[in-house]
Design a binder for this molecule. Structure first.
Ligand code: HPA
Ligand code: ZN
Length: 345
């Protein structure tokens, strides 16, 4: 039972909507709304298997991660020109800004595009130009993290890192996404070592559908600086203690977990238990166009389901800036903005 009445729920929503926050787990291809998919498909003269926007949206029912990924890659396949990547990114940044995201760290999946013959430069130049324009126009800061697709082999990831290095100034880290089951972290040990040698930050999806041991191996073998999802870590109390001791943050995505059947309902989402265990958790939207909500919907629905207090919600926003890869001075400035907001609420 929620402790709040209608009026208090309204107050809580306003508190979240105006709360400055960082988004740290967001796949740019997962922000591709059906309207924009259709518009760009038309521009590129690509026929879709879906007859209408409604038809496409109706297909967004997933039993698991793989069912989602199949349709997510189909959507991404209409992205051809640099302008397409620019428009996709700008559409997300506009929404993020409107939801009081003041800093974001965005994933992109180059192999999803280069495997279709799209040059790496087309992808990264379109995305980074949109990030630069948004920062100049609105002050929304951002970083880019390049993900390797874990269902492909390590040689392909190594080739992707090599293709990316001429653009080293446009991204700050590497990540690992796509199908987790059967693709353990150690499959990518060498490419993560290489990324570390280039001074790149390292993150990885772990414990989304895979076991706690995948989280442990991502930490120990891939030497990650932050854990994407990490839900399964709660199955291993010693691992939890270790994650707390290492001060590794988790980028949780509650609506994603709900839509991909990682949790039966948000009321049993592990977020609150994780906070109680001392873990540094953040709330993020993952693939908002597919999972029914951007970052504020994730905060609001989770807060309602787990009966979070404003102080806990504020702590999650604080964690998001602390766990970001911003330089210390910028991090402090973002945290000061958050404190100023909290002081006047
Ligand atoms: N999990 C794994 N891979 C992904 C996801 C996700 O939620 N979104 C896009 N690629
Ligand atoms: Zn993800």
């Amino acid at each position: 039972m929620n402790r709040l009445n209608e009026k208090q729920i309204g107050t809580m929503k306003t508190f979240i909507e105006n709360l400055p926050k960082a988004e740290l787990h967001l796949h740019i291809e997962g922000t591709f709304e059906p309207e924009l998919i259709f518009a760009i498909a038309k521009r590129n003269k690509i026929a879709l298997d879906f007859s209408s926007i409604e038809d496409l949206r109706a297909a967004y029912r997933f039993a698991n991660l793989q069912e989602f990924l199949d349709i997510y890659y189909t959507g991404a396949s209409v992205l051809i020109e640099e302008q397409d990547f620019y428009d996709l990114t700008t559409a997300y940044l506009t929404k993020a800004r409107a939801q009081n995201v003041t800093h974001c760290e965005i994933f992109f999946d180059p192999q999803t595009h280069t495997d279709r013959g799209i040059p790496f430069a087309t992808v990264i130049n379109g995305i980074s130009r949109a990030l630069a324009d948004a920062e100049a126009q609105t002050g929304l800061t951002s970083k880019l993290i390049m993900c390797f697709l874990r269902h492909l082999d390590e040689e392909a990831a190594i080739a992707t890192l090599k293709a990316a290095l001429p653009h080293r100034d446009k991204f700050i880290g590497v990540g690992l996404d796509s199908s987790e089951a059967g693709h353990p972290p150690e499959k990518f040990a060498r490419v993560y070592d290489q990324a570390g040698c280039e001074g790149l930050k390292r993150v990885a999806h772990a414990g989304e559908e895979g076991p706690a041991d995948y989280v442990r191996r991502a930490i120990e073998i891939l030497k990650i600086d932050r854990i994407d999802h990490g839900n399964a870590c709660l199955d291993d109390p010693e691992l939890v203690v270790d994650i707390v001791a290492r001060d590794l943050a988790l980028t949780l995505c509650p609506l994603s977990n709900l839509k991909l059947n990682g949790v039966a309902s948000l009321a049993v989402h592990p977020l609150k238990m994780m906070m109680e265990a001392g873990l540094k958790v953040t709330i993020n939207s993952d693939d908002p166009a597919y999972f029914g909500g951007y970052i504020n919907e994730n905060y609001i629905e989770t807060a309602m389901a787990l009966d979070l207090k404003n102080s806990e919600i504020a702590q999650i926003a604080r964690n998001s800036f602390e766990a970001s890869f911003l330089p210390d001075a910028q991090k402090a400035a973002r945290l000061a903005e958050l404190d100023a907001y909290l002081a006047q609420t």
